[in-house]
Design a binder for this molecule. Structure first.
Ligand SMILES: [Zn+2]
Length: 451
């Protein structure tokens, strides 16, 4: 027998069993009896058929008996990507869902967010939200913090400590007529954004990056929006904000920016729509505005729990996809009451079905499509798809080991099912009890290392 060429790659982990993931061509690709190897840099070194085990063990120099074998009712899937979550609002998640957006912000959100000046409080909330989302299978989170730089830096540190991939945004707002102590001057907002970016980058966290974060147009003067656009552009940074969430807000934006053609136009003029931008919601965007998203490469984060909970609107995801706008899913804690991306998957399916009830011609999203939005779609929306989002050689190994029949778990398997059925059951019925292990960049982060 010919001896295969040896690779210099050091393999740290090999897994054999069922893999499920998405590709741009296929919403769901199932690989049965696959072998996936992870190298010492946490990247996927190979994905091959199980029968290649002996050959691969020679090429990569690993012990075939050390391979982790998945059970019949287990699979590996890519980690889920929450493209929009307010870490600071986690403390009141599950409550305060009785008002529309603008009143909700003034009555619940701003008073709570102003408490993050207190680093002890911030530490408590941020530690909990990072731990909870990791256990829920969120390997990447795009976080809003608050206007407080030091607390926002602390969120970055906590995400790094627990091993979560994260974009972290210090919130910018120089306009707030209702909770007057919760805002900054334009100059403060700009200076503190610089300080936040500089200090976060200086930590050299491998998986945590800053994201420029104007809260949304009604909370910012045009001057501040333009300054933030320039900061993002000059430093090649990610940008996040909100757009067109509810109709009252859209009306307010028209009054505040009378010279702008549309809500999207305001952000675009301020250089805030780039291929590293993710805007939450977009429920009420026109087709012209979606075209501008497409043109600029900016993405949308679909947050269906929040959209329903605050009676904001129902995003027509099919229409967004038809416009070829990048789209991911978000929990939008705490406008959305659940921090679980599985909930976001279910609400996205429900919302699509509501649109079909209203118009039977509407093409309902399939669970496979929504699975893709929660994983690969999210990585594209955050422009992180070269690192994560699916199983491809060279990408970081961000994955969940799911056991659909986990003892004491929420799913009863009556008989053996095929992987597609197992995935569908997990997405609709599963929870953290089914998520046995979570990996980010090859490192096992769940079970949690810290108490
Ligand atoms: Zn939000």
């Amino acid at each position: 027998m010919e001896t295969p060429n040896k690779s210099s790659t050091v393999i740290s982990f090999v897994c054999r069993g069922t893999l499920v993931h998405s590709t741009p061509e296929e919403a769901l690709q199932v690989l049965e009896d696959a072998l996936l190897g992870v190298n010492s840099d946490g990247k996927i070194a190979f994905i091959e058929r199980g029968e290649e085990l002996q050959k691969l063990s020679q090429i990569f120099g690993f012990d075939p008996s050390a391979v982790t074998q998945l059970e019949q009712h287990e699979f590996l899937m890519p980690g889920m990507i929450d493209t929009h979550i307010h870490a600071s609002q986690y403390s009141y998640s599950g409550t305060a869902l009785d008002m529309p957006l603008l009143q909700w912000l003034n009555n619940y959100t701003f008073p709570v967010e102003s408490r993050f000046k207190d680093l002890e409080f911030a530490n408590k909330v941020y530690t909990q939200v990072v731990k909870r989302t990791l256990r829920n299978g969120t390997t990447t989170a795009c976080y809003f913090a608050t206007i407080h730089t030091d607390a926002s830096l602390l969120l970055g540190q906590i995400a790094n400590d627990f091993g979560q991939r994260a974009l972290v945004g210090k919130v910018c707002m120089d306009r707030n007529d209702f909770v007057k102590h919760y805002k900054e001057t334009s100059q403060e907002s700009q200076d503190e954004t610089y300080r936040f970016i500089k200090e976060l980058l200086s930590k050299k966290y491998p998986l945590v990056k800053p994201v420029v974060t104007p809260r949304f147009a009604p909370s910012c003067t045009e001057a501040l929006l333009a300054q933030l656009g320039a900061i993002a552009k000059n430093n090649n940074l990610h940008i996040q904000s909100h757009i067109s969430e509810n109709l009252e807000e859209v009306e307010l934006v028209k009054q505040l920016f009378p010279k702008s053609g549309s809500y999207t136009d305001i952000y675009n003029k301020c250089n805030l729509l780039t291929d590293k931008t993710v805007m939450a919601h977009g429920c009420h965007l026109s087709d012209e505005e979606l075209a501008l998203f497409r043109e600029t490469g900016a993405a949308l984060s679909h947050c269906p729990n929040s959209n329903i909970s605050l009676c904001s609107g129902v995003l027509d995801v099919r229409n967004v996809l038809n416009h070829k706008v990048k789209l991911g899913l978000g929990t939008d804690v705490a406008g959305g009451y659940s921090s679980s991306m599985l909930d976001a998957v279910r609400r996205a399916l429900d919302s699509s079905k509501v649109l079909t009830i209203q118009d039977p011609k509407h093409k309902t999203l399939t669970f496979e499509e929504v699975f893709r939005l929660a994983t690969l779609g999210g990585s594209q929306a955050l422009s992180l798809d070269e690192q994560t989002g699916n199983f491809e050689v060279g990408k970081d190994f961000d994955a969940l080991r799911v056991n659909v029949a986990a003892p004491g778990g929420p799913i009863d398997l009556i008989e053996d099912e095929n992987p597609k059925v197992l995935l569908e059951k997990f997405l609709n019925l599963g929870d953290d009890r089914n998520i046995m292990e979570v990996f980010v960049a090859g490192r096992k982060v769940v079970p949690l290392k810290k108490p």
